[in-house]
Write a protein that binds this ligand. Structure first.
Ligand SMILES: Nc1nc2c(c(=O)[nH]1)N[C@H]1C(S)=C(S)[C@@H](COP(=O)(O)OP(=O)(O)OC[C@H]3O[C@@H](n4cnc5c(N)ncnc54)[C@H](O)[C@@H]3O)O[C@H]1N2
Ligand code: MOO
Length: 419
């Protein structure tokens, strides 16, 4: 029997997505909800502003009382009260008088406008006013921002600082959101050593664990990184067992190809607690992949290849969409805009595979150009630092020529002028 045919990227992505579902919502205190996806439509219980208030430090007046005020012939009025922001007492403006009022203070009934202090002699018990305001001038009306019962934030919104500000403004202390998935990131391989420690010949530092845990965090999920687990079946089984208690999902890297010590594949395939499959995906890099569920609760586990570039691309293509689903985020990924760019160098691709090329874009004469960075090998990790997109060459294309348009997944915000 020959090796099974590679499956398509779309087929493996569908497998990964089928393993996960949005986490059940819970109520979180506002500050803890930053980065989470809202699971309710948020309605303002009251109008905002809640009361008519002054937009300026000045004097609240009836317009007719200052209608004759001019630069060269000011109108004088007695100042009968001071109203600061936070004033809660009842006060009514009597005709022929004024009250000194501060920005944000309630405008007393009877007042029609606010005269800014700059138009006056700044009097305390008596003020001379040199200009007449329009009716309503410098008064911020109750409800002009939002009315009671209006929806201010819709379910599905990923909460950023500005959304948290709006929630606080409408008086919410807690909010219903999808919790952040807890993601265990586990690096495997007897050669893997913690950064900061010295290396023997044949060893290397755990790039994947740090890369993947950081990618998880950047996405708004919680990462628990487990340092290099050696290629020992009993030890890996024990670690997986231990980690299940704190994982909504497990991501491993390494040990999934054809080697004698590809322990992740070996352990999971032999485990009665695992249901899933190991496949070759028609992509480069990132070909060997596995996905399934593990343990009593059916915890999703996605097993990524060990080469760091393969692990990174696998995260972008498979893990990222799965975590977004768990977070409750649907639709196109706002953090990964897709653009078309013009190849400024030619390169080759295996026509049987989708190729995800580390690449860099630049704008020239209003056109977005793209060129590969680093070499082909998926062990060439440092070029990731010079990469701002993944250029995607679809199955069936064997060569990208200079001037060809290529689909690019941007790894950061789109450059100005590009959409
Ligand atoms: N006979 C075959 N050999 C290989 C195949 C194949 O189909 N047949 N596939 C190749 C491809 S493609 C890939 S990708 C790799 C994937 O291998 P594994 O997932 O089993 O990964 P390892 O063998 O454990 O490691 C591969 C490579 O990556 C380094 N590595 C692993 N973990 C880390 C880490 N946490 N940080 C940094 N670097 C890491 C590891 O030292 C190896 O150099 O298999 C090919 N072989
Ligand atoms: O698929 Mo491997 O990921 O080519 O390096």
């Amino acid at each position: 029997m020959g090796a099974p045919e590679p499956i398509s990227v779309q087929a493996h992505l569908a497998d990964c997505l089928a393993l996960v579902r949005p986490l059940p919502p819970l109520e979180l205190a506002l500050r803890d909800a930053l980065g989470c996806v809202l699971a309710e439509d948020v309605v303002s219980p009251r109008p905002l502003p809640a009361f008519d208030n002054s937009a300026m430090d000045g004097y609240a007046v009836r317009v007719r009382d200052v209608a004759e005020a001019r630069e060269d012939s000011p109108v004088g009025l007695p100042v009968v009260a001071d109203v600061a922001a936070g004033h809660t007492g009842a006060l009514r403006l009597a005709g022929g008088t004024t009250v000194r009022i501060m920005t944000g203070a309630p405008v007393p009934p009877g007042a029609e406008a606010v005269v800014p202090v700059e138009w006056t002699d700044r009097g305390v018990s008596h003020v001379r006013i040199r200009r007449c305001p329009e009716p309503g001038q410098h008064v911020r009306r109750a409800g002009e921002d939002v009315r009671a019962g209006d929806v201010v934030l819709e379910a599905g919104t990923r909460l950023q600082a500005r959304h948290i500000g709006v929630l606080a403004a409408v008086g919410r202390a807690r909010v219903r959101v999808r919790p952040r998935p807890r993601v265990v990131v586990l690096s495997t391989g007897s050669e893997i050593v913690e950064p900061g420690l010295g290396l023997e010949h044949g060893q290397l530092h755990d790039a994947n664990g740090f890369l993947l845990a950081s990618a998880v965090q950047e996405l708004g999920a919680i990462a628990y990184r487990v340092a290099g687990v050696p290629d020992d079946a009993a030890e890996l089984s024990a670690v997986l067992d231990d980690q299940l208690v704190r994982a909504d999902v497990i991501i491993t890297s390494g040990g999934v190809s054809e080697g004698a010590y590809d322990t992740v594949k070996e352990v999971l395939q032999a485990s009665p607690a695992f249901t899933g499959r190991f496949v070759k995906v028609a992509m480069q890099p990132g070909m060997p992949q596995g996905a399934g569920v593990l343990g009593e609760d059916g915890t999703p586990i996605l097993t990524l290849p060990g080469n760091p570039v393969s692990a990174f691309v696998s995260f972008e293509v498979f893990v990222r969409p799965a975590l977004r689903r768990m977070l409750g985020e649907e639709g196109p990924d706002p953090l990964r805009p897709r653009v078309r760019a013009v190849a400024e160098e030619a390169w080759t691709s295996a026509p049987a595979k989708a190729q995800y090329v580390r690449a860099a874009t630049r704008l020239e004469g209003g056109r977005l150009l793209v060129r590969p960075v680093g070499g082909h090998g998926s062990h060439l990790v440092t070029a990731l630092a010079r990469t701002d997109c993944l250029a995607v060459v679809p199955v069936g294309v064997g060569r990208v020529e200079v001037g060809d348009e290529v689909d690019c997944v941007l790894l950061g915000p789109a450059p100005a002028g590009v959409s």
